[in-house]
Design a protein around this ligand. Structure first.
Ligand code: TXA
Ligand code: MG
Length: 303
């Protein structure tokens, strides 16, 4: 399905808001982002305030294309290879920063995370704006990421959202750290570890975790448990008088695409327990299971 394109008036309004240091809900191919001028400290601070996000959690700078990279980060041949093969797309690269990148973006680190999003609306806005956009996922801190414009409006009422249709990947970008000698995967995502390793060599254990990828993330309010045998577990739980909903695995791309929307929908049912079937897929399934485990982490027991 081709992505929905917003009205030209909506694009102009988004551009005006960004130029004024305000926030815009931005469709990307992974999830919706909460975008602000990536070089304007005032604008960047609005992101943290709106999300309730700790200020030392660094942000991803979104670029129009790979030619923008040397303005903000030290070029690296491994990054060039990755960018040539996988940008635009669901891959974020962490590199040593150039001076001039605000501390609000890097959380005061010597590194910066960069990504070229593939969504045509994100592309159009980046090129019209001509500057990088900092954009975390457009959810309140710790909650399920939004994959539709409507989700963003529910999470962050009052933020102007460009509607680009449902996100086609459905889970966030993979993050690879190339700031040290050994590349490391900081977050599994839309690009498989194998695809990254094929370009840059074996991935080492991450020296740093991506700050903010906490175990208890992406959390619905309902108790959530991963289950390889959801039907049997549901039956057992129902026998104890609990109400149960099941989020089933399936074809991996479809599973990733509907993951967050279904978590939201099932969470709103008000049942006692959600059972989520993990993905058996070796590529996208790693990202899906990562998000499900975080959503289940520390989940309360069903009422
Ligand atoms: O798909 C995505 O990446 C989405 C869309 C909107 O582009 N964005 C996204 O942003 O997921 P956010 O803020 O929810 O997650 C960004 C992750 C955080 O875990 C953060 O710690 C990590 O990237 N990160 C950012 N800068 C970093 C840096 N310099 N070093 C290590 N990790 C970094
Ligand atoms: Mg996020």
């Amino acid at each position: 399905m081709p992505p929905t394109l917003p009205e030209p008036a909506a694009m102009s309004r988004a551009l005006m808001l960004l130029q004024a240091g305000q926030l815009v809900g931005l469709p990307t191919e992974t999830v919706y982002g909460l975008a602000a001028d990536g070089l304007n400290p005032f604008a960047l601070r609005q992101i943290f305030a709106a999300k309730g996000r700790p200020v030392d959690h660094p942000l991803i700078l979104h670029l129009g294309d790979a030619a923008w990279l040397p303005r903000y980060a030290e070029p690296d041949p491994r990054a060039e290879a990755l960018a040539a093969a996988l940008w635009p797309g669901p891959l974020t690269i962490v590199l040593r920063r150039k001076p001039g990148v605000p501390d609000e973006v890097t959380g005061g680190r010597e590194t910066v995370a960069l990504r070229v999003p593939a969504h045509p609306v994100a592309q159009a806005l980046l090129w019209a704006f001509g500057r990088p956009l900092a954009a975390p996922s457009a959810n309140r801190f710790g909650r399920v990421s939004p994959t539709t414009a409507e989700h963003v409006r529910e999470e962050l009422p009052g933020v102007f959202v460009l509607d680009g249709g449902p996100a086609v990947v459905g889970v966030e970008s993979s993050i690879v750290d190339l700031s040290g000698p050994v590349p490391a995967l900081l977050r599994p995502g839309g690009v498989s570890a194998e695809a990254i390793a094929a370009m840059v060599g074996p991935l080492g254990a991450s020296q740093t975790v991506a700050p903010g990828t906490l175990p208890g993330h992406y959390a619905p309010r309902t108790a959530l448990r991963l289950s390889h045998t959801p039907d049997a577990e549901a039956e057992a739980a129902r026998a104890q008088g609990l109400t149960v909903a099941i989020l089933r695995a399936g074809e991996p791309q479809d599973h990733a695409r509907r993951l967050y929307a279904e978590l939201r929908r099932l969470d709103a049912l008000g049942v006692d327990l959600l059972l989520a079937e993990p993905s058996a897929d070796a590529a996208l399934g790693v990202a899906i299971n990562d998000r499900l485990s975080r959503a289940a982490y520390g989940a309360k027991e069903p009422r």
